[in-house]
Design a protein around this ligand. Structure first.
Ligand code: FES
Ligand code: FES
Length: 165
């Protein structure tokens, strides 16, 4: 933990995480990423760059895609947080997971939860995206393994399947 946090008192944070009311005792400036992973054991959210550049730590905060490494947990007080674990029943999860596997869109997997969350967020708003929309929708998510084309194709494939279903 950041040593400067040890000088601040902990507060109760009450929020909804993946549909469940949760309460944690945390330093207000503690990163939402750490509270999710360490306190709530939701380790599907990954840490890549730690500085808001890679999107590996993406979660939905009141419906907005955010980098949880940049969000002080106090900002999540009273909010609705959805992590990759909370997406398991989402109608887009099966098509996205299948398409990522088929297209080779997941390799080391560090970026994958964030990519899938960003893709689902995009397809919820735009069910039939152009490739430019997919590029833009995933522009905050970096991948060091795939070269991106497999990921873009996977998202396009999942969108086609979902629309046809
Ligand atoms: S770990 Fe949060 S953006 Fe990279
Ligand atoms: S699959 Fe390794 S960073 Fe994307």
């Amino acid at each position: 933990m950041n040593p400067s946090l040890q000088t601040t008192a902990k507060s109760e944070i009450l929020f909804t995480v993946n549909g469940d009311a949760r309460t944690v005792l945390a330093h207000p400036m503690e990163r939402l990423l750490d509270v999710l992973r360490n306190d709530l054991k939701l380790t599907g959210t990954k840490e890549g760059c730690s500085e808001g550049e890679c999107g590996s730590c993406s979660v939905l905060l009141d419906g907005m895609l955010v980098n949880s490494c940049l969000v002080p947990v106090a900002q999540a007080n009273g909010a609705n947080v959805v992590t990759i674990e909370g997406m398991s029943a989402h109608a887009l999860m099966a098509p996205l997971q299948e398409a990522f596997l088929e297209c080779g869109g997941a390799q080391c997997g560090i970026c994958t939860p964030g990519m899938i969350l960003a893709a689902a967020h995009l397809l919820d708003k735009k069910p039939e995206p152009a490739i430019a929309d997919i590029r833009e929708g995933l522009s905050g998510n970096l991948c060091r393994c795939t070269g991106y084309m497999q990921i873009f194709e996977a998202v396009a494939k999942a969108a086609r399947r979902k629309v046809a279903a």
